[in-house]
Write a protein that binds this ligand. Structure first.
Ligand SMILES: *[C@@H]1O[C@H](CO)[C@@H](O)[C@H](O)[C@H]1NC(C)=O
Ligand SMILES: *[C@@H]1O[C@H](CO)[C@@H](O)[C@H](O)[C@H]1NC(C)=O
Ligand SMILES: *[C@@H]1O[C@H](CO)[C@@H](O)[C@H](O)[C@H]1NC(C)=O
Ligand SMILES: *[C@@H]1O[C@H](CO)[C@@H](O)[C@H](O)[C@H]1NC(C)=O
Ligand SMILES: *[C@@H]1O[C@H](CO)[C@@H](O)[C@H](O)[C@H]1NC(C)=O
Ligand SMILES: *[C@@H]1O[C@H](CO)[C@@H](O)[C@H](O)[C@H]1NC(C)=O
Ligand SMILES: *[C@@H]1O[C@H](CO)[C@@H](O)[C@H](O)[C@H]1NC(C)=O
Ligand SMILES: *[C@@H]1O[C@H](CO)[C@@H](O)[C@H](O)[C@H]1NC(C)=O
Ligand SMILES: *[C@@H]1O[C@H](CO)[C@@H](O)[C@H](O)[C@H]1NC(C)=O
Ligand SMILES: *[C@@H]1O[C@H](CO)[C@@H](O)[C@H](O)[C@H]1NC(C)=O
Ligand SMILES: *[C@@H]1O[C@H](CO)[C@@H](O)[C@H](O)[C@H]1NC(C)=O
Ligand SMILES: *[C@@H]1O[C@H](CO)[C@@H](O)[C@H](O)[C@H]1NC(C)=O
Length: 819
């Protein structure tokens, strides 16, 4: 139906001035497409030509539906390089045109011969007779007229999609040409230039459909499982669409066809929502009808819950849970994912196995391997063979969803798991089953919302369900299980594993010798650990050990030392901590050369860190814990000198509102003990506040309270602080090495807070909430009373001082009968 050339020329001239377009069917080397002329597909479904959007002066070359009254653009050639429309209006110049070169390349020229867009086709033979046509499918193609295979295109617009997928168009990639076809959203309604969002086929061993925001994945469909993508629901009714997904070593692509050929549809990456939308043209209402949105809901974005965590929609929000046998890496930030409670995977004693997790959207397949012809048993065996294989699942589903086959293996972290009751499948996750086989309900649930760190910790603690772990034949273990506090949440390690990690508790690995036993450095799964080995004769008996294990399993705060696990075997009692490279506070504070490393701001940071940790123990943790042995050697320092409170061997739980207890067993460390506790055995959160006050004064002064005497008056540290504060000469109190760097007002305020904390009457001491507020604000502080000088009375001489890393002469007093 070629229209004679002269007719075109005349028509285009006329129509340009009247702004009505003329039509043509082909573009050839001798017949370019000029502004004012449109190229129309054979049966008139699509139209290609120049268009403008809204009030913008930009002119684009593009394709739209001819039959549909509301202009719906499906493709834009020069989306990122518009022609300035004003040139045409002012000049009435018809030289804005799309030409076809003799090699078969399309070139879009504006009036001063600027190239705004061109194709890069490479014709196979020298003498081609190129012709450009718009096909009925909406595909704009350049062919060689001499080549009688009509499918051999020199170039086609379907290979360079804009934001719209049309039936028959392929999304995906070709290995040989390196071509990757994906949709990219417009920027906005008036600007078709490439926006943030795109949709296409992921590249990797196992391709799947993905949505991206910039370069980050925001949604993935799951791998193609024969008849659908694994994370899309099984079709409930006969679908209107046929989906074709091809995945072979040469290429990987996705296509959609309507079952009814006369149906008009388009699939678009939305410009504002980061979603894919499929629209069907409704003849009756003369409107586009939304048929499908991907993702289905706004919940559980890509990898929302991190590795080994999975997301579920609950009460209109996304909720995170850990897979069974796993626990959150950080209760404050779920996106960091979950870790195995026990790190013994693939160790000498093979205790690991596979646990089935049902209704899962299977994990990200970035690091996966697939073989469609393996059975699930062969799949399991394959996974078992390789220690880094973390999970396996079937790769294929039969059409009615009843049968499964094939094999996918995952290596490393499992990412982007989601609970999908209507589309998920069984996933088999490798874990240490010796830890979980008896624990039917280990699910942990927490709803993530815009909650404060504190409340999310509280929520985690509230919702955690604790459970028993039992091991047979271990006497001591049985005793732990009887504990009234109940259940343990910490991983239980093999003695052998820990012995191996510490080179058999070699002297080279010893970090220090505390009163309760030596502490060793070790390496477990590439991570440094510290292991406290309680000596048989240690005064920290089973009771204290139990205490510590139980508390540590329930407490998580950035200013508390993290206990990674424990071990009880025969006579051995081990606690495994995170390793603190900077040892403990006393190591720095009371050493002339080391103390220089702690400048003023580092000290303030340490004080407020300890205060926050203690506040968490007293108030924000469910348990309301009184530490009872706060002292500089129990404050460990991490790489960045952040303090972490350690050692819960003597800690007590105050249940509910009970904040006071009385004990016949006074334990603690002389110099830090509140008077009412040391003398009367009465302990409360306020006795911890007292110890905090002493600690604070020690941090400021670099002096120990115990054994301190100042000048002729032989004041103790507290009296000295009182005098310096009263006379407003903090410089006499502050550590000599700080004298250049400290800030007077801050120093006075800190000493003031310290003095308030060491008030003789517990009621006169602030609680930790108030202390934290005092430390961070400028509020007026109450006036302290002169502290009562506690008579130096050595209560007991038994040396059971406990220290993680450094031997000191500090003594933790145990078993004291109060008067
Ligand atoms: C288009 O051209 C006009 C006149 O040359 C100029 O004022 C205007 O800024 C141009 N617009 C764009 C978007 O380049
Ligand atoms: C039309 O374009 C030609 C070059 O393509 C240019 O020489 C001529 O000046 C333009 N006409 C007007 C009226 O600007
Ligand atoms: C319009 O374009 C045709 C060929 O495409 C050319 O022959 C004619 O001279 C042009 N007219 C003007 C006014 O530039
Ligand atoms: C003409 O082309 C030059 C570059 O070749 C460009 O810088 C200039 O803006 C163009 N002028 C118009 C009016 O488009
Ligand atoms: C054509 O090739 C050039 C240079 O290789 C490249 O800059 C340009 O983007 C290509 N154009 C298209 C439409 O692929
Ligand atoms: C295809 O074209 C070649 C020449 O280009 C010709 O020899 C051949 O007969 C044609 N085949 C058919 C089936 O038209
Ligand atoms: C896309 O990413 C940008 C920057 O990373 C972010 O600001 C924006 O909120 C994201 N948009 C959506 C819809 O997720
Ligand atoms: C196909 O769709 C067209 C238009 O929507 C409709 O008129 C026709 O009845 C449909 N045919 C079938 C077989 O459903
Ligand atoms: C994007 O989504 C909004 C809301 O559903 C809709 O109004 C808009 O038309 C969509 N954009 C495109 C390009 O389809
Ligand atoms: C969830 O949100 C939607 C829309 O905001 C609302 O219609 C629906 O009732 C909500 N459902 C629940 C269980 O809150
Ligand atoms: C898949 O497994 C079958 C059966 O074990 C084997 O013959 C085939 O080579 C495997 N394919 C790949 C790609 O590993
Ligand atoms: C385990 O699988 C990983 C990833 O495919 C591979 O790199 C490694 O070599 C395998 N190890 C063994 C022992 O097969």
């Amino acid at each position: 139906m070629a229209i004679p050339l002269p007719f075109i020329v005349v028509a285009s001239l006329v129509l340009l001035s009247s702004k009505v377009s003329s039509e043509t069917n082909t573009i050839t080397q001798f017949q370019p497409l000029t502004y004012g002329t449109n190229l129309v597909s054979e049966e008139g479904t699509f139209e290609l030509g120049f268009f403008r959007l809204g009030t913008s002066s930009n002119l684009y070359l593009g394709i739209w539906f001819k039959k549909i009254p509301q202009k719906t653009i499906v493709w834009v050639a020069n989306r990122n390089n518009p022609i300035n429309n004003t040139i045409i209006n002012s000049n009435s110049n018809n030289s804005t045109e799309l030409t076809l070169t003799k090699e078969g390349n399309l070139v879009l020229l504006s009036s001063n011969n600027t190239v705004h867009w061109s194709t890069n086709a490479t014709a196979k033979s020298e003498s081609v007779k190129p012709v450009a046509r718009l096909l009925e499918t909406g595909n704009f193609v350049v062919r060689d007229e001499k080549d009688n295979n009509s499918e051999n295109y020199l170039w086609q617009s379907f290979d360079y999609p804009s934001d719209t997928l049309l039936p028959g168009m392929k999304l995906g990639w070709e290995v040989t040409t390196g071509l990757n076809r994906y949709l990219t959203s417009w920027n906005n309604w008036e600007d078709p230039s490439s926006g943030h969002f795109s949709y296409g086929v992921s590249r990797g061993n196992i391709p799947e459909m993905q949505l991206w925001n910039g370069s980050s994945v925001t949604y993935r469909s799951g791998p193609w499982s024969g008849f659908r993508f694994s994370a899309t629901p099984a079709l409930k009714r006969r679908s209107l669409m046929n989906i074709n997904f091809v995945d072979n070593p040469m290429e990987s692509y996705y296509q959609v066809f309507p079952r009814n050929r006369s149906m008009i549809l388009r699939t678009v990456v939305n410009q504002t929502m980061n979603a894919l939308q499929r629209f069907i043209w409704d003849e009756e209402t003369q409107n586009w009808k939304l048929d499908l949105v991907i993702p289905r809901d706004g919940f559980c974005g890509y990898n929302y819950c991190g590795s080994f965590g999975y997301c579920a929609v609950k009460d209109n929000s996304s909720a995170c849970e850990c897979l069974r046998g796993f626990e959150p890496k950080s209760a404050e930030k779920w996106s960091e994912g979950c870790v195995q409670r026990s790190e013994t995977r693939c160790r000498v004693k093979k205790k690991d196995g596979f646990v089935k997790v049902s209704n899962m959207k299977i994990p990200d397949t970035k690091t996966s391997w697939m073989n469609r012809s393996l059975t699930i048993e062969e799949c399991k065996a394959k996974c078992w063979e390789n220690c880094s294989c973390t999970a396996y699942a079937n790769s294929d589903i039969t059409e009615n969803g009843s049968g499964y086959s094939g094999c996918i293996l995952w290596f490393g972290d499992l990412l982007d798991l989601r609970f999908l009751p209507d589309a998920g499948q069984d996933l088999f996750v490798r874990m240490d089953i010796s830890k979980i086989e008896e624990n039917k309900d280990s699910s942990k649930k927490v709803v993530i919302g815009v909650t404060s760190i504190v409340s999310s910790i509280a929520a985690v603690l509230l919702i955690f369900t604790f459970f028993y772990r039992r091991r047979k034949g271990k006497d001591t273990k049985a005793k732990i299980n009887e504990s009234e506090e109940g259940d343990l949440e910490l991983p239980l390690f093999d003695f052998d594993t820990i012995a191996c990690a510490t080179s058999d508790f070699s002297d080279d690995n010893m970090l220090g010798q505390g009163g309760f036993g030596p502490v060793y450095k070790g390496t477990l799964d590439g991570k440094n650990i510290a292991v406290k080995r309680l000596s048989d004769t240690s005064a920290q008996g089973l009771k204290e050990f139990k205490n510590e294990v139980i508390f540590c399993s329930k407490l998580q705060h950035r200013n508390l030392v993290k206990v990674l696990g424990y071990c009880v075997e025969e006579q051995e009692k081990l606690l495994i901590y995170e390793y603190m490279p900077n040892k403990s506070l006393n190591f720095f504070l009371f050493d002339d050369s080391q103390s220089k490393l702690l400048d003023w701001s580092a000290r303030l940071n340490i004080i407020s860190g300890i205060a926050r940790g203690l506040l968490y123990l007293h108030q924000d943790s469910r348990l309301r814990i009184i530490h009872r042995d706060l002292k500089s050697s129990n404050i460990l320092l991490d790489d960045d000198m952040n303090p972490k409170i350690s050692d819960f061997g003597l800690a007590k739980v105050g249940k509910g509102d009970q904040i006071e207890g009385n004990t016949r067993r006074v334990v603690g460390t002389y110099g830090y003990m509140a008077p009412e506790y040391a003398i009367g055995g009465v302990f409360s959160v306020k006795s911890d506040v007292y110890s905090f006050g002493v600690l604070l004064l020690e941090v400021l002064s670099g002096k120990k309270n115990k054994g301190f005497s100042y000048s002729i008056h032989s004041y103790n540290l507290i009296e000295h602080a009182w005098r310096c504060w009263k006379e407003c000469i903090p410089i006499e109190f502050i550590d000599t090495c700080l004298r250049d760097s400290y800030i007077l007002s801050e120093a006075l305020r800190c000493i003031h807070i310290g003095l308030l904390c060491v008030q003789h009457q517990p009621n006169d001491r602030p609680n930790m909430t108030t202390v934290v507020t005092m430390l961070t604000s400028e509020t007026t502080l109450p006036h302290p009373e002169k502290p009562v000088f506690l008579m130096q009375r050595v209560l007991v001489e038994e040396d059971v001082g406990q220290n993680m890393y450094c031997p000191t002469n500090e003594v933790t007093i145990s078993e004291v009968e109060p008067r």
